[in-house]
Design a protein around this ligand. Structure first.
Ligand SMILES: [Zn+2]
Length: 347
């Protein structure tokens, strides 16, 4: 049985529309009054946007309801869905803890509150009846000041039980003005032994070669094989993995046709660069991980052998998978106890 590893999923974008709608029905009549019925809400929530900025706006809708009190409600449903419908054995959940703290508090009070959020997310992710290895990636944010982003790294350092790495999110076109700052933050994270990934080379406006050496994995990175394939040998040499999230590029208007990803996969395979296929925002897209896999096969972007290579790469590059092998190799022995020799030689 193939069990999967998901390396790039946002806590905000993981809430499937039905769960969010139910939550609004129960708690927030004001938001729900904007939509006459569920169908209209689902359409609004999942429809493609023109730009990454417009798309990211939607996250604020979910962030506003994900508080220290409500996070267990959403995370329980998220992990249960991932276990039942996606066959996940491993899940890294990412989010910006600062954006889950009360807005009316001062910056320093909000920073102090972040530890509680990490603890709540960590505890809520462990569900006895849905055994998935989970860990958190804390996202620095392009619109947050240096002090907050540095505090996010410190939080990762202090909470290794629950946190396996850091990221930067919020739109990759915004890093340019503060590039030195991002370099120093990543440099600091690495000096503390924190794993690093970052939303980079997602759009044509988010290509910063200066940041690449600081990352263990690259969030998206699709513009590298598309526009700067000359960088691929160096990426391969560093053993960096691209977290490719196929549906995202259509929802954000970054690509017009999913088949444009064929070049991404072909060039990476040729250069020996690993790719982990991820969902990014499975709820917002209403597309779960097995369907991302299936879509890539359906559109002839990759074949089965390549798909399996990507699935193995996901476990290899997982920051907190505690075993040397992926779970299939552990299960195969159980599910195929003793094949009679005659049967095994058939064909
Ligand atoms: Zn993302």
């Amino acid at each position: 049985m193939a069990l999967h590893a998901e390396l790039h999923r946002h806590l905000g974008g993981s809430v499937v529309p039905r769960v969010l709608w139910r939550y609004f029905e129960r708690h927030s009549t004001e938001l729900i009054s904007r939509f006459p019925n569920y169908g209209e809400f689902e359409d609004f929530y999942t429809r493609p946007r023109n730009t990454l900025d417009e798309y990211l706006e939607l996250h604020t809708l979910v962030e506003s309801v994900q508080t220290v009190e409500t996070l267990p409600y959403f995370i329980y449903r998220l992990v249960r869905g991932a276990y039942i419908f996606e066959n996940l054995a491993y899940l890294e959940l990412r989010y910006t803890p600062y954006l889950r703290t009360p807005e009316h508090l001062s910056q320093s009070k909000r920073i102090d509150k972040m530890a509680e959020i990490v603890d709540v997310v960590g505890k809520a992710s462990h569900i006895q009846e849905c055994p998935i290895v989970t860990s958190q990636i804390l996202c620095m944010h392009s619109r947050l000041p240096f002090e907050v982003n540095k505090a996010i790294i410190d939080l990762a350092v202090e909470n290794r039980q629950y946190v396996c790495g850091i990221d930067v999110a919020g739109g990759d076109s915004y890093y340019a003005d503060r590039l030195q700052e991002w370099i120093s933050l990543y440099d600091y994270a690495r000096s503390q032994g924190v794993n690093t990934t970052g939303h980079l080379y997602e759009t044509t406006a988010g290509c910063y070669p200066e940041l690449l050496p600081y990352l263990k994995r690259i969030g998206h990175g699709i513009q590298i094989p598309l526009l700067y394939p000359e960088l691929l040998p160096e990426i391969a040499r560093r053993g960096q993995c691209l977290e490719v999230c196929p549906t995202t590029y259509i929802k954000t208007g970054t690509l017009q046709d999913i088949r444009q990803l064929k070049l991404v996969f072909d060039r990476c395979f040729e250069a020996g660069v690993d790719i982990a296929i991820c969902t990014d925002n499975a709820g917002l897209h209403n597309v779960r991980l097995p369907f991302e896999y299936e879509n890539l096969l359906t559109y002839d972007i990759i074949g089965f052998a390549q798909l399996q290579a990507c699935q193995e790469a996901a476990f290899r590059h997982a920051f907190a998978w505690p075993y040397t092998h992926r779970p299939a190799s552990l299960l195969n022995g159980l599910l195929q106890p003793e094949t009679p020799k005659v049967m095994a030689m058939k064909d």
